[in-house]
Design a binder for this molecule. Sequence first.
Ligand code: CDP
Length: 241
Amino acid sequence: MADNIYTKRLDGRKMDELRKMSAEVGVIPNADGSATFSFGSTVAIAAVYGPKPLHPQHLQNPKKGIIRCNYDLLSFSVTERKRPGPSRRSQEISRIIEWALEPVLGLDEFPGTVIDVHLMIIQADASTRCAAINAAAIALAHAGVPMKDLVSSVSIGKLDKQLVVDVSKEEEDYHEGEGATDIAMTFMSNSDKVLALQLDGKITPEGLKEAVKLGRKATKEVHNLQVKVLKEYLEKTGGGD
Ligand code: CDP
């Protein structure tokens, strides 16, 4: 057996199998909208505040509201304690998440305002930006922000030559053969529109097309869970808090 080829996943999952997902709505009563989302032991929490007047006033856009994301890892979310405070990584991921979410939000209805989306990773086992986006989409819907569609995100990996769905940290660190490539992708839930795609590693154009197909299929499962928890929450609360 060639031992540099990834034939079986380290945690026993099928190649196109996501880790066990879970989500909960309304976890932070003070926020206008909130949610958690997990892929296995990667756990994200989202809190949405707004739309509210943006200060200082000169930052306001008189034509539409703006979205401001703040993604970070909590210090204890990773094995090597993460130094508190913003980093280049967290700032980049925050901007990517803003770009991914903005196209679906009805911001034209809220000139001069800001929607703050706080995203914290409680426990990190790779694909944290995807979990954060999924939590953010649920929290924005919970906050009642007008949305053209939900947003669903997943990571696709290429380990040596094998494509896999929902990359864990152990897989991200795979070094055999061609090593690991990690592609975080975010879709509009009800169309094939890609809202964000980040590629870390190497892949051929054909491989990327295949990866996007896999990602699209996997995000349908993410979307189903997002809709399920939002519906259950509405049924439980009768639409209010
Ligand atoms: O989490 P995601 O895959 O979106 O982003 P990444 O920058 O590729 O990070 C991959 C993983 O590395 C994270 O999910 C964490 O498990 C780990 N990590 C860490 O242990 N310490 C950091 N300061 C950053 C990331």
